[in-house]
Write a protein that binds this ligand. Structure first.
Ligand code: SAM
Length: 219
């Protein structure tokens, strides 16, 4: 989906996004976020939550990182970031969070500046998901972690056949699909010698998620 149109969709759905995403994924979206944060974030980390949306992952990550941790919430939708800002303030964590608007395919950060870079379900609407993964890699410190959760194809061919047709139908209703499709970004991180330290499939059969944590080489 074209970027301007996609941004308009997210601005429009921002206030109902959390309910809608949880509903269509039967709550497995939050399980993926928890699993990712549990395996990727440590105390005191400087965290990037890329395509942060309404801040669900950043909230979990800041809790795990503790008072010495901090996070940048980065998203192209001001509407989604406004909801995130409110939630972070309500959690009393505003002093640990920055909010930035921009494009994940061209991150406005220097190389090697985050301990951990996270993306939960924000690779799915990108027109070049592999480039999104390479940007996460670029801004992560050597030895740092890249944690990603995204929609993936069902393994069972019959279920995949049905899922493809549902996806193609839903694709025509952007306020429901949110521009999301199943993607594959793990190979682009393996190609640059990342070590995969955690990998798990979860979710409902028609819409599984892959959750993984990759370690950037230390040198
Ligand atoms: C499905 S939502 C996921 C939000 C959140 N990470 C979560 O766990 O619920 C996708 C998010 O990615 C953002 N997004 C999509 N394409 C983007 C891009 N090119 N640059 C920055 N953000 C983008 C959208 O605005 C939206 O907030």
């Amino acid at each position: 989906m074209e970027k301007v149109a996609l941004r308009a969709v997210y601005n429009r759905v921002a206030r109902r996004y959390d309910f809608q995403h949880a509903f269509f994924t039967a709550g497995s979206d939050q399980r993926g976020r928890c699993m990712l944060v549990e395996n990727a974030v440590s105390r005191g980390n400087r965290i990037l939550d890329c395509g942060s949306g309404t801040g669900s992952t950043a909230l979990l990550a800041l809790e795990k990182a503790g008072p010495s941790g901090n996070a940048v919430l980065f998203d192209m939708s001001d509407g989604m970031l406004a909801v995130a800002k409110k939630r972070i303030a309500e959690a009393g964590m505003s002093n640990q969070a920055e909010f930035k608007t921009g494009d994940m395919l061209s991150l406005p950060f220097e190389d090697n500046c985050f301990d951990v870079a996270l993306s939960t379900y924000s690779m799915c609407p990108l027109y070049d998901p592999a480039k999104g993964a390479r940007e996460l890699y670029r801004v992560t410190k050597p030895g740092g972690l890249i944690g990603v959760a995204h929609s993936t194809d069902p393994i069972n061919p019959a279920v995949k056949w049905i899922a493809d047709r549902v996806e193609n139908l839903v694709w025509h209703i952007p306020s429901i699909s949110l521009g999301c499709r199943s993607v594959s970004v793990l190979p682009s991180l393996e190609q640059v010698d990342c070590e995969i330290i955690f990998k798990k499939y979860l979710g409902i059969p028609l819409r599984p998620f892959l959750v993984f944590v990759a370690k950037k080489p230390a040198t």
